[in-house]
Design a protein around this ligand. Structure first.
Ligand code: PMP
Length: 406
């Protein structure tokens, strides 16, 4: 007898489907706004100059071998990564109470963090649930479900204001049972591009502390959002300062353009050093059974950049190149819609939102019309990747958007 006849056919990944449709389209002015990866002004992937330099050095170093890394990763990488996200003056780092483990990029950090929670979080009488923003990166749902944690949603995006539903968010924090786990995007919320203000973060932290909630901070865009590594880490560092119980998932996919190299880290902040040692020992056990040892190449690249002052400065310039181009595109879309085309509606959110993505606020029907009539590919929720826009296609995009919202 055959084995797998009853396996249901899974639907294709929605982003992957968009890319396929875009590739098959022969229209000259077609635009792909689905892609979650940086593109330069010629719509090409961009290898950061500092990454090229680090790669050149690594490849010419004949002392490097292909031995296994320690289970928890390249120590210089995890230490540098922890300082990058938590800050050079982090009290948690000074007190040696952060357990850092190298992971398979941000996705692996989310997975390992979720897996660790299933085993060791003090759930008490709470069911194993995680509160996710509505909406969130779709993979969050899958990652938590896969380890037996049920995702539930908290209000986040308000379609009426195309901004944050702050009172809904705070209401959910207050209504959740004590010690609930809340997943928060450290900066540059995906898919909305809507972040809390510092004042709003402060109010969120207050409720988190009062209700003893756990912050599962996912930070996939440090530096990529504002162009400033410290600014984009502000909320994470503020939470440490406020004593919110937390972990941080970190990715170098976007800010170093190392998407396929899978470079990331999970940092779990503990109340004291002794606890942190135990936490790290268990993370090591979990990682051993999942991946045995993390990959070397990308971690070596990032480690070199983080630990070499002149390369670190060069990296900051590269980050500004990427973030600057994205921010320029936001300004140009805003200018074209408001000043040139006089497109109906308010478009302030285009420049107020941050990071790779923007929620345009257009309806699914309007998104569909952009694809069908103008060959512009985007998810039907109206999210556009700003990285897909450039000086050559931004006017065409704005004209097409103007046409579908009139
Ligand atoms: N979290 C969020 C919110 C993301 O948008 C992404 C990238 N799409 C990730 C995590 C992880 O990506 P990666 O595994 O490539 O680092």
């Amino acid at each position: 007898a055959e084995l797998w006849q009853n396996v249901p056919l899974a639907p294709a990944d929605s982003i992957f489907k968009l890319t396929t449709a875009y590739k098959e389209d022969t229209f000259e002015k077609k635009v792909n706004l689905g892609v979650g990866a940086y593109r330069d002004d010629d719509n090409k992937p961009w290898i950061l100059p500092v990454v090229k330099e680090a790669t050149r050095i690594l490849l010419s170093d004949e002392t490097l071998d292909h031995e296994y890394l320690p289970i928890t990763g390249l120590p210089e990488f995890t230490a540098g990564a922890a300082k990058l996200i938590l800050g050079l003056n982090s009290p948690a780092l000074a007190e040696n109470r952060v357990a850092s483990v190298q992971t398979i990029s941000g996705t692996g950090a989310n997975h390992l963090g979720a897996l660790f929670l299933t085993k060791f979080y003090q759930w008490g009488t709470n069911e194993k649930k995680v509160y996710l923003s509505n909406p969130t990166w779709a993979n969050h749902h899958a990652i938590f479900k896969n380890v037996g944690i049920e995702p539930v949603e908290y209000p986040y995006y308000d379609p009426k204001t195309i901004g944050l539903d702050f009172s809904g968010f705070i209401g959910a924090l207050n209504a959740a049972p004590e010690r609930s786990v809340f997943l928060l995007h450290g900066c540059a919320h995906n898919p909305t591009g809507v972040d809390p203000t510092p004042e709003q973060w402060a109010a969120i932290a207050d409720v988190m502390v009062a209700k003893k909630h756990y912050a599962f901070l996912d930070c996939a865009y440090q530096g990529f959002a504002s162009g400033d590594l410290d600014k984009d880490a502000w909320a994470v560092r503020f939470f440490v300062e406020k004593g919110v119980a937390m972990l941080v998932c970190q990715s170098f996919a976007k800010n170093a353009g190392l998407y396929g190299e899978r470079v990331g880290a999970l940092h779990i902040v503990s109340p004291d050093k002794e606890t942190s040692i135990k936490v790290k020992s268990q993370l090591s056990v979990l990682s051993r059974s999942e991946i045995s040892n993390p990959p070397t190449h990308g971690a070596r690249i990032v480690s070199m950049i983080l630990n070499n002052p002149s390369m670190f400065e060069a990296w900051k310039r590269d980050i500004q190149t990427m973030a600057g181009r994205i921010i320029d595109m936001r300004k140009e879309v805003f200018r074209l819609l408001t000043e040139e085309l006089h497109t109906p509606g308010n478009w302030d959110h285009i420049v107020n939102q941050i990071g790779m993505f923007s929620f345009t606020g257009i309806t699914p029907a309007q998104s569909q019309a952009l694809t069908n009539e103008a060959h512009i590919y985007l998810t039907t929720n109206g999210r556009i990747s700003m990285a897909g826009l450039n000086s050559k296609n931004v006017a065409y995009f704005c004209k097409s958007l103007d046409a579908v919202v009139r």
